[in-house]
Design a protein around this ligand. Structure first.
Ligand SMILES: NC(=O)c1ccc[n+]([C@@H]2O[C@H](COP(=O)([O-])OP(=O)(O)OC[C@H]3O[C@@H](n4cnc5c(N)ncnc54)[C@H](OP(=O)(O)O)[C@@H]3O)[C@@H](O)[C@H]2O)c1
Length: 332
């Protein structure tokens, strides 16, 4: 699929949840590649979306449009004339009341995209739909064939994972029924600089360690990826003609102790905890994973150290973290 539909006319695509952490970087990546972009937000005039209009190319090629994923008519209006849709918008929450927003919202997006004649949808799922399976062998390689255990997620109150699983299954079924091409990107905990001003869930995860508000770390491993890689993954999955199905978007898997070590090493002036909740017990081992499908599309992953470094600089620049010189020691 080309980013040009004519000499002068660039291809028009829509990004739902354009003002969020990942949505903003997807918009930025598309603008950089010459697309005309329509971004949706529930309130485009809200100052939390102002950063979008300052992106390079936005003046000429970005428009913002009001849409709620629960309102199919608003989605149809946003998708009119679009060749493709990037469905990024979703509550990032374990609130049971928000599960239908993720699931019915996705059903509405796929159908509105089909109604308006879009050819392809890229849907943002989550690694939460992939890795939460207590019966998976510790030696097994996590890849696109893996699914979280829905009942386990429900029992353990991981309703966000339930919502993303159901949304992904719904996206696949509806796209199939409507003859739409669907590619699904599955990012893990996403770090890196924010384009938006307000903190989102995953950036706050890093900020809490630096502020010293997280007093201990779990004996657990987690997967991380840089937000610019996630955005590129979306666009590659859109552009590559044969790209279909799931794309696991993981750059690194490491124990939380190694994550806080890295933060302390980069920024010794902040009070980052080293205390493990399960001191004395054997350390959880990082699992193996495959990001080969995205590598095959041409994606190169940013090292976590660089991503964390730039996350912290951005948190400082945007006033979420006090700027402290390395020789000073902070007691926040
Ligand atoms: N960040 C991560 O670590 C991570 C990891 C895996 C997957 N993901 C997925 O990536 C996507 C974006 O996450 P993010 O981290 O960028 O979160 P975020 O910054 O909180 O953005 C979420 C976006 O969803 C939109 N939204 C929420 N409810 C909506 C509704 N009813 N109708 C329309 N839009 C709605 C919000 O738009 P408004 O401006 O209208 O509020 C916002 O732009 C989500 O699908 C999330 O599940 C994120």
């Amino acid at each position: 699929m080309s980013s040009n539909c004519g000499e002068d006319e660039k291809e028009l695509v829509c990004v739902t949840g354009a003002g969020g952490f990942i949505g903003s970087w997807v918009v930025n990546e598309l603008l950089q590649r010459g697309y005309r972009v329509r971004g949706t937000a529930r309130d485009p005039a809200d100052s939390k979306n102002a950063h979008l209009l300052a992106l390079e190319g936005a003046k000429e090629r970005l428009t913002l449009c009001r849409a709620d994923v629960l309102d199919r008519a608003s989605l149809r209006a946003a998708f009119a004339g679009c060749h493709g849709v990037f469905h990024v918008a979703s509550p990032v929450s374990n609130d049971p009341e928000l599960v239908p927003v993720a699931v019915e919202g996705t059903r509405n997006v796929i159908n509105a995209a089909a109604d308006e004649g879009a050819r392809r949808v890229v849907f943002t799922s989550s690694y939460g739909a992939v890795h939460m399976d207590p019966s998976r062998s510790p030696d097994a390689v996590l890849d696109e064939t893996c699914w979280s255990d829905y009942d386990f997620c429900k029992r353990t109150d991981n309703l966000y994972c339930c919502a993303k699983m159901m949304a992904e299954v719904t996206a696949a079924a509806e796209a199939d029924a409507r003859g739409l091409q669907l590619a699904v990107v599955l990012p893990c905990m996403t770090t890196g600089p924010m384009l938006q001003q307000t903190l989102n869930f995953s950036t706050n995860h890093v900020a809490r360690y630096l502020m010293g508000t997280k007093r201990s770390i779990p004996n657990a491993v987690a997967a991380y990826v840089d937000v610019r890689d996630v955005a590129r993954a979306h666009v590659l999955a859109y552009e590559r003609p044969g790209a279909r199905g799931r794309y696991l978007c993981i750059g690194t898997v490491l124990h939380r102790a190694d994550l806080v070590d890295m933060l302390r090493d980069l920024f010794p002036q902040y009070p980052v905890t080293a205390k493990c909740e399960e001191d004395g017990k054997p350390m959880a081992k990082p699992f193996k994973f495959s990001n080969q499908r995205l590598r095959d599309l041409g994606l190169e992953f940013t090292p976590l150290r660089k991503s964390l470094y730039e996350t912290v600089l951005c948190l400082q620049q945007k006033g979420h973290l006090p700027v402290i010189q390395p020789q000073q020691r902070a007691y926040l």
